[in-house]
Design a protein around this ligand. Structure first.
Ligand SMILES: [Cu+2]
Length: 136
């Protein structure tokens, strides 16, 4: 009986760990709207992006609405890739900024927050990074 309880305890804690790992890395695909634009909303906080893994299709216009959570800490969003034709840098506010781009090629680009307070580690170094994945 005790052995069985221990077993289920082990199994359920493994499931909790697995589901946490899953939610942290689940890619979020942009919504394909009838007007031919793929749309997605992103939020930046201390020190994360949600979602942190965005998936869009190559060659189709993207409208990314990016904002930050309420609070005193400034955040930004930087997405740069010469080969994909991306050169994005915006300061995030709580209202939301509409960012328009069309990724040229499939691939992956790291996005990040470029803020840093004085001599502290940058937000990027504190984990405020994510992946923009462009698929065919
Ligand atoms: Cu930041």
């Amino acid at each position: 009986m005790l052995k069985r309880v221990l077993w289920w305890g082990l199994v359920s804690s493994l499931l909790v760990i697995a589901s946490k790992a899953w939610t942290e890395t689940t890619p979020q695909m942009a919504r394909m709207d009838p007007d031919g634009v793929q749309r997605i909303t992103q939020v930046g906080g201390n020190y994360y992006f949600e979602p942190e893994h965005i998936v869009v299709r190559a060659g189709i216009p993207v409208e990314l609405t990016a904002r930050r959570v309420y609070g005193l800490t400034p955040h930004s969003l930087v997405i740069r890739s010469a080969e994909m034709g991306l050169d994005i840098e915006v300061s995030l506010d709580t209202e939301g900024t509409l960012i328009r781009f069309t990724p040229r090629l499939p691939g992956r680009v790291e996005f990040y927050c470029d803020e840093r307070l004085l001599f502290f580690r940058s937000h990027r170094e504190q984990g405020m990074v994510g992946v923009l994945e462009v698929v065919e």
